[in-house]
Design a protein. Structure first.
Lengths: 949, 154
């Protein structure tokens, strides 16, 4: 392959000493460090980079930068890489994407022949009926999609986000953006300067020898300024309320999101060169003037050998100078500023062969360069509420009214020599700095932790005008060509949409998909508007632009998702559980042992010897003050004023609607000090609940609540030998049945650790003690208990064994056996509802439920065939009627190792819940089984002899 | 009595390159409702051998000696304390915390209740001998998750 690499050009970005090898469609290629994928391939003579979306037309370089619609390639397993932007890296495996069977011969190019069928709305019109075939259509059409391939086996990347709080954020690192950043920094602002390309400089980078001195000067100043954070290869993806600005940092293929809260945003996005609409405008060999200047000046690549230039502005004139300097034969210059001069069509089969100019004159060429004007990248301004205004004299849209915290600088506003652009940027940056510092001072005054700063001068700077240069209104030639290269939409398609009645630009956009491809109309958006306006016989001003929405450029989902921020919680005994073979389960945010191998054996050992479970996630709240009893009386349904020091009581909390929302025990440790435990999942909810009532309804009560869940490692020592075990390690406490009875609590020393709290309660139905140990000593006490109980048959048990034991005992779990509609009577705790109390949360509803009768009730259920465990949520049905009716559901079910049979809790309609009744449970597979309702909730030891012993 | 067990096992100190992370959970911590009313909300101050922190109205966290007031709750085991020290501490924290940590908004002696790596945290700017340092207090059970995320962020 012939090399199109030129001799050394001043300002070239490539390092000729650093050769980089890579592959393109399986073939070895070489380039230099500093090359983009596209420049290296162009230097190697590659002309076709992709096939177009709809008609599979061969496509080559159009703009040679990030926004080139024809340069989407696959790199390794990364699809949609922009070859005009991505830098070459050693060993890159680059392939053309979405081609079938190959880039050179694409079978689907047959679409071109049937092109008339692919007019706007083709899919809507064709594949709408019959409905039965729609999924078949979908399968076939998917094959025709563009885009690359992803490997589902690729491991997920972790793209951490970061937060930033610049005073001034400058979007765009060209001369105006650099000058604005410097001026804002001189004013005292902290600045973030974001540039899409790999280097600062904007168009100065490829502006030829004259642009080099001012560029070097600006770069040196930026380099020397510590208050400016420069992010290159990064893009401002969106501007949201209060200048919340998303910035995507790209590092090769890895993207990171920066969430920036800027006090002032300066948009210095420059101008984007627009293509011209004419027949053959997408042939490989047809390029914009900017592409030519980039290829020659940045990468030292000759874009062709014989060129026709159609120019209407200084960018085209500069390209001519670049081409001449590069030794490319300039066959013809068509100056489109003169009305006699016309570009009619590009001619060629698969690539450019000749150009037809006015009067039917044909000029042979392998390169056609157009320079017909600009599309203004106003996206960020639109996101800030701006409606850009069309200026016919400049033939482009210009910024309209901007909010106080957004300013525009440089080429997006107007034109001029470098000095004028820099001066404009400087004034805008200075004013942006002033506004940002004013905001910062206001925020500091509002933030107590901040140090107040000096007042900022209120006087604003007058920003000098930067007028837009006059430019002919050139959008489309006399022939039909593409207005959107991404979506293969032609001028005639837009005109047809207008003819079919889509006279609103917004509707025509959606109908034709013009500006809806990956380039989002950044190149040819204004062309689509102009063609639409011409077809509708309207003006461009009246037609207006389509809406620009975030993101400005595509963001990977990985960057948006960031790192998983779901923190998990570990008990002080976690490492012991891991070392001793626990199977973990995530319960709420906690990592807990589900079991240590065999939950049934854990149950039997606890029932016959002694077991120990890590109950640290239990919610725990320290309550202090003279009015704690009043608070307990209000949030629990039962009575608390009679609770004496050293006693523990169980309580149920209901919301105002009478629905059970948590339960647990509270101990009175001292006269004005209580210790409340809640369900593990309810800890935060209950603490909020208590504080909410105190702050809103009872602000005068003397109560202080402290959430101390994490402060105590809790372990439940359960089983007939638990007292014997505890007596070996506890001191400062009399554990005898007489002095430390069931439902009592003591502060004690355990294994030498003072300030432990021991609660004698029985969730498992056994003689048991809940030992709460200051967390930093939790593992020590846990280990001490296990050591001391080795001859008593002690063994740990997990969550599953505890669930079985509580079900054997008939204790319900809030949220498992109750739901968002289960009031206290339904849950079967009517005895704990003291409606003669003056007031408590849920009282009116529970009074009503008590009087009118609960419609459903929680019951204990035992299948007649004890070997069948109906899965939880199995329906309970009344099959006596002709159509069986659901009358309840199983809420908990397990095989009881102690009883050797299946046991359940269930919610059933009240008339069916009488003790002794036989109900029908429908298993998920459809089979019905019979089950008997018990008189009470308890399957094991209803008299509580184990518990109270 | 047994040794205080760190919520971070295996290690209590990590070199994160540009800064150092240390577990200081063993420090005695107290919650009080009186006795520090001169301290502005959002600030922290060294008093005697203790650091007094004000991040919620009408209550304070004291790190150090037990305050001499009637009503005090021991938070030593409830709150873990992680200290991030060194020039790079801010850029590490910026990856997991949305607050503006610049000197102008969060100077030495500033304190805030915020989210760090998704966990409710009292963040205290508490420079040590002129070196940038942040003290982070969070519920003990979350400390290991936060520690790991800080290591990852660095």
């Amino acid at each position: 392959m012939t090399s199109h690499r030129l001799p050394v050009q001043p300002g070239e970005l490539i390092d000729r000493d650093d050769l980089v090898d890579f592959r393109w469609n399986g073939v070895e290629h070489g380039g230099f460090a500093g090359d983009t994928i596209a420049s290296a391939l162009a230097a190697g003579g590659v002309e076709v980079f992709s096939r177009s979306f709809k008609y599979r037309r061969p496509r080559g370089i159009l703009t040679a930068d990030f926004h080139d619609p024809n340069l989407f390639v696959q790199v390794g397993d990364e699809p949609n890489v922009r070859a005009g932007h991505r830098r070459l890296a050693p060993g890159m495996n680059v392939t053309a994407q979405g081609t079938w069977p190959s880039l050179e011969f694409d079978a689907r190019a047959a679409n071109r022949i049937v092109g008339r069928f692919l007019s706007p709305g083709f899919y809507y019109k064709t594949f709408i009926s019959p409905a039965s075939l729609r999924s078949t259509y979908q399968r076939i059409l998917r094959r025709f999609g563009a885009g690359g391939k992803i490997d589902p086996a690729t491991p997920p990347a972790h793209a951490g986000k970061r937060f930033a709080h610049p005073d001034v954020l400058v979007a765009g690192g060209g001369p105006a953006g650099m000058a604005a950043a410097l001026a804002a920094s001189h004013r005292g602002a902290r600045v973030m300067l974001v540039e899409e390309n790999h280097r600062l400089g904007g168009h100065l980078l490829y502006g030829g020898p004259d642009a080099a001195p001012p560029l070097a000067e600006l770069c040196a100043q930026i380099e020397a300024d510590d208050a400016i954070e420069v992010l290159t290869d990064s893009v401002v993806s969106g501007r949201y309320d209060h200048n919340w600005v998303g910035v995507v940092e790209r590092h090769g293929g890895e993207e990171h999101l920066v969430k920036a809260r800027a006090k002032c945003l300066v948009v210095a996005a420059g101008k984007i060169e627009r293509p011209f609409v004419f027949a053959g405008n997408d042939l490989p060999g047809v390029m914009l003037s900017g592409a030519v200047s980039r290829l020659i000046n940045l990468y030292s690549v000759a874009p062709g050998t014989r060129v026709v230039v159609a120019t209407a502005n200084e960018s085209g004139d500069a390209a001519i100078a670049d081409l001449e300097r590069a030794g490319v034969e300039v066959a013809e210059v068509a100056d489109l500023r003169r009305s006699s001069s016309q570009l009619v069509r590009a001619i060629g089969k698969g690539k450019l062969e000749a150009v037809e100019l006015s009067g039917g004159r044909k000029v042979e060429a392998d390169l056609l360069v157009t320079a017909v004007g600009w599309t203004t990248p106003t996206s960020l301004l639109n996101m800030a509420g701006d409606r850009p205004v069309y200026d016919p004299a400049a033939a482009r849209f210009l910024p309209g009214d901007l909010p106080q915290d957004v300013l525009a600088a440089g080429g997006i506003v107007g034109d001029g020599p470098v000095e004028s652009i820099v001066e404009h940027g400087r004034f805008v940056g200075f004013e942006a700095g002033r506004r940002a510092l004013t905001t910062r001072a206001a925020w500091q005054r509002l933030t107590p932790r901040a140090e107040p700063s000096d007042e900022v001068a209120a006087e604003s700077t007058d920003i000098p005008e930067l007028p837009a240069a006059g430019h002919p209104e050139l959008f489309a030639g006399p022939t039909d060509g593409f207005v959107d290269f991404s979506e293969d939409v032609k001028g005639s398609d837009v005109a047809m949409a207008v003819a079919e009645g889509y006279d609103s630009m917004e509707l025509a956009k959606r109908y034709t998909t013009a500006t809806m491809g990956p380039i989002q109309g950044k190149l040819g958006g204004v062309n689509a508007v102009a063609v639409h306006a011409a077809a509708a016989a309207a003006t461009i001003e009246a037609t207006g632009t389509t809406s620009w929405r975030p993101p400005y450029a595509p963001i990977t989902l990985g960057a948006l998702a960031g790192v998983d921020e779901d923190p998990v919680r570990y008990s002080p005994m976690h490492d012991w559980h891991v070392a001793n073979g626990a199977t973990p389960i995530v319960a709420g945010q906690w990592i807990r042992p589900d079991h240590y191998g065999d939950p049934s054996r854990e149950v039997l050992n606890t029932r016959s010897n002694v077991g120990i479970i890590d109950a640290s996630p239990l919610g725990k709240i320290d309550l202090r003050g003279r009015d704690v009893t009043k608070l307990l009386d209000f949030v629990y349904t039962n009575r608390w004023e009679s609770l004496r020091v050293g006693a523990v009581r169980y309580g149920v909390m209901c919301a105002e609607d009478g629905v059970v929302f948590d339960d647990g025990v509270t101990a009175r440790l001292e006269a004005d000090r209580y210790y409340m435990t809640t369900t593990s999942g309810g800890a935060g909810r209950v603490w909020n609940w208590l504080d909410e009532w105190l702050q809103t309804s009872f602000p005068t009560w003397d109560v202080r609540t402290t959430a101390v869940t994490d402060g105590y490692a809790a372990m439940n020592v359960a089983g007939p030998r638990s007292r014997e075990l505890l007596e070996r390690v506890a001191s400062e406490v009399d554990l005898s049945a007489e002095s430390f009875a069931y439902m009592n609590g003591r502060v004690a020393t355990v294994a030498g650790v003072t300030d432990c709290i021991i609660l004698r309660i029985g969730f498992t139905g056994e003689l048991s003690y809940e030992v709460h140990v200051p967390a930093g000593y939790g593992l020590h006490v846990w280990q001490s208990l296990l050591d001391a109980g080795s001859d008593l048959g002690i063994a740990p048990f997990g969550l599953e064994a505890q669930r079985i034991m509580r079900l054997e005992k008939g204790h319900f779990l809030v949220g498992q056996d109750t739901d968002g509609l289960t009031k206290a009577h339904t849950a079967g705790v009517g005895g704990l509802i003291k409606v003669d109390k003056a007031d408590f949360s849920g009282k009116p509803e529970l009074l009503w439920e008590g009087e009118s009768g609960a419609p459903r009730r929680l019951v204990a259920l035992q299948p007649v065939d004890g070997s069948v465990v109906p899965p939880e949520a199995s329906q309970i049905v009344d099959s006596a009627t002709e159509v069986s009716r659901t009358i309840g559901r199983v809420t908990s079910s397990r095989m009881s190792p102690t009883l050797g049979r299946s046991i359940c809790l269930a919610i059933v309609d009240t008339p069916y819940g009488e003790g002794g009744a036989t109900l029908t449970v429908r298993l998920p597979e459809g089979r019905d089984i019979a089950a008997t309702v018990l008189d009470h909730h308890v399957h094991l030891d209803p008299e509580g002899e184990r518990l109270r012993g | 009595m047994a040794d205080f067990q760190s919520p971070i096992t295996a290690t209590s100190e990590a070199d994160l390159g540009s800064c150092r992370l240390r577990d200081e959970s063993h420090l005695a911590k107290w919650r009080i409702w009186e006795g520090a009313s001169g301290l502005a909300l959002g600030t922290a101050r060294h008093q005697g051998g203790s650091l007094v922190v004000a991040v919620s109205p009408a209550e304070w966290i004291v790190i150090g000696d037990k305050p001499n007031v009637d009503d005090v709750v021991d938070m030593t085991h409830v709150r873990a304390a992680l200290r991030l020290t060194g020039a790079g501490a801010r850029s590490v924290l910026e990856r997991v915390c949305a607050l503006d940590l610049d000197d102008s908004m969060t100077p030495d002696g500033a304190a805030a209740r915020t989210l760090v790596a998704g966990v409710a945290t009292e963040l205290i700017r508490d420079d040590v001998a002129g070196e940038l340092s942040y003290l982070l207090l969070m519920s003990r059970s979350f400390a290991r998750s936060v520690w790991n995320r800080l290591e990852e962020a660095a």
